[in-house]
Design a protein around this ligand. Structure first.
Ligand SMILES: C[S@@+](CC[C@H](N)C(=O)[O-])C[C@H]1O[C@@H](n2cnc3c(N)ncnc32)[C@H](O)[C@@H]1O
Length: 276
């Protein structure tokens, strides 16, 4: 995402929070705080998937669009040889700093997930929480899937999590949640501002209200994501012959509770296997 212009208010004001339009991914610590609670569940699920679907021990893994690296760090801590790839330098720098603090290693690489290159293949790869939907066109989405497939060992898996629009689903809405730590409190909200069904793009207003040292900062970003319904997702998957859909789950990340892609599907985790 590109940085946007900033609009500042008097920082000394105690009644009005300071307000800035930013790129969320330039603030990796605050961004990821909103998703840290889910991280152990997602990491455990990835390990369950490796055990269930991969016919060899999984060691080398890749995260596409790893951002601040909450999953890179968790999987490295669990003993995997992890590579994280992203375009956001502040996020990669933050991840490197946290890895050093933890005393664990991972490879971090600034590359585009639609056209990346690594010398060695991976046993498994993953792409979490709608990162895939940053790819705004059919061709960039297909390129990503093909590039991942090219980098997987035959029999290896790609775990892809994304929100799709159910046939009776509401396109408009707001989602809000809060996170409190001893250092700060952050309130997050995501609101759908624009929907273009022809271009299959939704524009989300993302707000973080960060309370820190008695001051409140309001940070706002606009994010464009590609929309999928189940047929559009199936049609895209059909274009990538090297990957076969072998499992579907939802955002409960429960390996004992697989589901199917259907018109009612909403939050899906696809298990795509590299064909032999
Ligand atoms: C929603 S964040 C997810 C971060 C991380 N996967 C997680 O689960 O916390 C999406 C990330 O995708 C990255 N991204 C977007 N487009 C990209 C592209 N074309 N290539 C590589 N990374 C990209 C952004 O920089 C951002 O860090």
């Amino acid at each position: 995402m590109k940085s946007r212009t900033s609009k500042k208010q008097d920082p000394k004001s105690t009644t009005q929070p300071t307000s800035e339009t930013i790129n969320w991914y330039d603030h990796p610590e605050w961004y990821e705080a909103g998703f840290l609670k889910e991280t152990p569940t997602e990491a455990r699920f990835l390990e369950d998937v490796f055990r269930k679907y991969v016919p060899f021990p999984v060691e080398r893994i890749l995260e596409a669009g790893c951002g601040s690296g909450r999953l890179v760090r968790e999987m490295a801590r669990r003993g995997y040889a992890v590579t994280g790839m992203d375009l956001s330098q502040p996020s990669l720098d933050y991840c490197a700093k946290k890895l050093k603090e933890m005393g664990v290693r991972a490879v971090l690489s600034k590359q585009d997930m639609t056209d990346f290159h690594f010398d060695q293949p991976f046993d498994a790869a993953f792409n979490a929480i709608n990162t895939f939907r940053h790819l705004e066109t059919e061709s960039t989405a297909a390129n990503h899937l093909k590039c991942v497939a090219k980098h997987l060992r035959p029999g290896g898996v790609f775990v892809l999590s994304l929100h799709i629009v159910p046939s009776d689903g509401e396109l408009w809405g707001t989602e809000s949640w809060s996170v409190k730590t001893p250092q700060y409190q952050i309130r997050y909200s995501l609101t759908v501002k624009e929907v273009d069904l022809d271009k299959r793009i939704e524009e989300l207003k993302m707000t973080m209200k960060v309370s820190i040292d008695g001051q409140e900062k309001k940070l706002t970003d606009l994010l464009r994501l590609r929309l999928y319904n189940v047929d559009q997702l199936k049609s895209l998957l059909e274009k990538v012959k090297a990957l076969e859909l072998v499992g579907v789950y939802d955002f409960w990340f429960d390996i004992s509770d697989p589901c199917r892609l259907s018109k009612k599907s909403c939050d899906v985790v696809l298990i795509l296997k590299k064909k032999a």
